[in-house]
Write a protein that binds this ligand. Structure first.
Ligand code: KE4
Length: 447
């Protein structure tokens, strides 16, 4: 017991500069951050300001090196500052960053996206996942002439009004599943079902068979921690959409390129009518996309009546980063096997520690996404995830951060791996996790 406390008492890394920067930021930005989850409110401690990143590592403003499992919330599949991406962006930088007209790399990247994700027969680039999901639902409403749509409790699709109902990610992190400022009228057409519960979806359709335009789903949930779909759940959604004349929208902003090279559509063999993509396709710069059946995308302006636009859509610099990233993934497809293999090893190692340390918990991992949940034996629903111990996760987060390992600062998020994470990083992570989980066990033993 004493020994473990001694270990825990090791000098905490300096965070003075992060603290000073955060205090300055508090006077400028709500919560001192430009996206809520970065404020560390769910886990406590000083939010870290990052100065640089390379490979699997970040360097914070105090010079602490952090082994990174946030990876920009998913985009950095190759690792930070990958040479091919840096070179491509540097080259484009010199040729200009924004033309207000189409640029050469847009079709290049779109064709690469389509080779990975054939269900995106045609697509449109936007800058954020929020825009992509918003537009996908707008297309579905136009195509069906219906207004309602079904989302799932705990799923997060960005911060458009109609989605901020029982949302995951930061909404669930702060226990405010519904946001203030969203008028009832904006949410009037949102129906909420339970993930992995086909009965709840069928009931929603049965109540309003003519009103539901679409189902939108994170086919592998990442925004309540990782929750894979049960067998036949996604096919069940496909069948219900076909039966009721609704469209199936996969929000693969996070799961795309993460649960398989072709996302959940490939992994589970279910073809959506529309898809939202993002994160990895921008390689760290702002690129997202909505796409799908050619007949549906033909409804989008200027071809059709569905309006959608964006100043930075197809931005040349972002296209360069995305194109270089997907080019690397096409050149070296073994990346997916390597990163998934490392993730599987990490998850197995964490499970072994939980068992050996007799700390109740479970690790969900799929592709290169993973989450450790404490205090529960299974997480296959949002309700299970909500039962997990947020306090133990916060303890784990802080213990790992003290050992130079950065996990998502919320139990309602997915952690990721990159191709820059090797056996060295795994060994270091498992050694730190063993000490951190021992600390949780000791905490539980305390009267
Ligand atoms: P953005 O608008 O943040 O680019 O994408 C929204 C979005 C849509 N769909 C899914 C499945 C997503 O995970 C996201 C955004 N993911 C969060 C992390 N859970 C972004 C990080 C943040 O909010 O700071």
């Amino acid at each position: 017991m004493r020994d473990s406390r001694m270990k825990e008492a090791r000098a905490l890394p300096a965070t003075k500069r992060s603290l000073v920067l955060h205090e300055r930021a508090l006077g400028l930005f709500p919560g001192g951050v430009n996206s809520p989850v970065r404020a560390f409110l769910a886990v406590g401690g000083t939010p870290r300001t990052i100065a640089s990143a390379r490979g699997a590592y970040l360097k914070d403003a105090d010079g602490n090196e952090l082994l990174d499992y946030v990876l920009g919330w998913g985009p950095m599949l190759l690792g930070h500052a990958h040479p091919a991406v840096v070179l491509a962006v540097e080259r484009q930088l010199r040729d200009g960053t924004l033309f207000g007209m189409s640029s050469q790399l847009e079709p290049e990247l779109a064709e690469r996206v389509r080779r990975f994700y054939p269900a995106a027969e045609r697509l449109r680039f936007v800058s954020t996942g929020t825009e992509a999901t918003m537009a996908a639902i707008r297309v579905a409403r136009a195509a069906t002439g219906r207004d309602g749509f079904i989302k799932f409790d705990g799923n997060y699709h960005g911060h458009a009004d109609a989605f901020l109902i029982r949302g995951g990610s930061g909404l669930a992190t702060f226990g405010v599943p519904d946001s203030a400022g969203v008028p009832a009228s904006a949410a009037a057409d949102t129906r909420v079902a339970s993930f992995n519960d086909l009965g709840s979806v069928e009931a929603a359709f049965a109540r309003e068979p003519e009103r539901i335009a679409a189902i939108i789903v994170e086919p592998v949930v990442g925004n309540m921690g990782v929750i894979p779909p049960k067998t036949d759940f996604l096919q069940g959604l496909r069948n219900l959409c076909d039966r009721y004349g609704a469209l199936l929208v996969f929000d693969e902003v996070m799961s795309g390129f993460r649960v398989a090279r072709g996302g959940a559509a490939e992994r589970y063999g279910v073809r959506p009518d529309l898809v939202a993509l993002g994160k990895v396709i921008g390689g760290g710069l702002p690129v997202a996309a909505f796409g799908g059946r050619a007949d549906l995308m033909g409804l989008v302006a200027p071809e059709g009546p569905v309006y959608q636009a964006g100043t930075y859509s197809g931005n040349p610099l972002a296209m360069a980063a995305g194109d270089a990233t997907l080019a690397q993934l096409e050149k070296d497809p073994a990346i997916f096997r390597r990163v998934e293999g490392c993730t599987t090893l990490l998850a197995a190692g964490l499970r072994e520690i939980l068992t050996r340390r007799k700390v109740p918990g479970v690790v969900n991992a799929i592709g290169s996404m993973w989450t450790i949940f404490f205090g529960v034996s299974e997480v296959s629903s949002i309700e299970d995830a909500r039962r997990a111990s947020r306090d133990d996760y916060a303890r784990f987060f802080q213990s790992m951060l003290e050992r130079g390992i950065l996990l998502p600062p919320s139990a309602c998020e997915s952690a990721f791996l990159s191709d820059a994470h090797s056996e060295t990083e795994l060994d270091r992570t498992l050694e730190a996790a063993d000490e951190a989980i021992e600390g949780i066990a000791c905490h539980k033993d305390r009267p």
